[in-house]
Design a protein around this ligand. Structure first.
Ligand code: DQA
Length: 149
């Protein structure tokens, strides 16, 4: 029997539901639905199943990450503002023992001081910031190569 395809959780944090209308000078004109399409197309090309979610709530993100322990082989996460505040999300990611790629649409290092610290980065296999929406594509491609071994 053929192996079932690897599954990647793509999780998005608070305010990313507003993509397209929120500070378009920083985050661009594309919407979260465009990000989902990009991730689905990338997954299809690489033979990966994509579970895509967004929440404005820290606990919902923790629940989704915990659920990925049993269902996914890797995680792409844009934790948005929780990047800079959430020990709970970092702990949940660590507990999965899965490869994690942290994505930021903007270059957080070229912005305010508080955006330069990430609780998630020490848990991440790779961090992509400032590549716009392409960051999600690069993240999925990276996980595909990690999972191939
Ligand atoms: C962000 C950067 C964060 O600092 C910010 O709070 C966001 C989006 C990004 O994708 O560039 O909401 O994660």
């Amino acid at each position: 029997m053929a192996d079932s395809p690897s599954r990647i959780l793509v999780a998005n944090g608070p305010n990313l539901n507003l993509l397209g209308t929120r500070e378009p000078g920083l985050y661009g004109a594309a919407t979260l639905a465009d990000v989902e399409t990009l991730c689905a197309e990338t997954g299809q090309r690489l033979g990966l199943e994509i579970d895509f979610m967004q929440s404005n709530h820290e606990g919902a993100l923790v629940d989704a990450i915990q659920a990925a322990r049993g269902t996914a082989q890797g995680i792409v996460i844009n934790p948005a503002a929780y990047t800079h505040t959430s020990v709970a999300i970092a702990d949940a990611l660590r507990a999965t023992e899965l490869p994690v790629v942290e994505v930021h649409i903007s270059n957080v290092h070229a912005r305010e001081e508080f955006r330069k610290h990430s609780y998630v980065s020490p848990v991440a296999t790779a961090v992509i910031a400032g590549a716009g929406l392409n960051g999600y594509r690069f993240a999925i491609e990276h996980l595909a190569s990690v999972l191939e071994g």
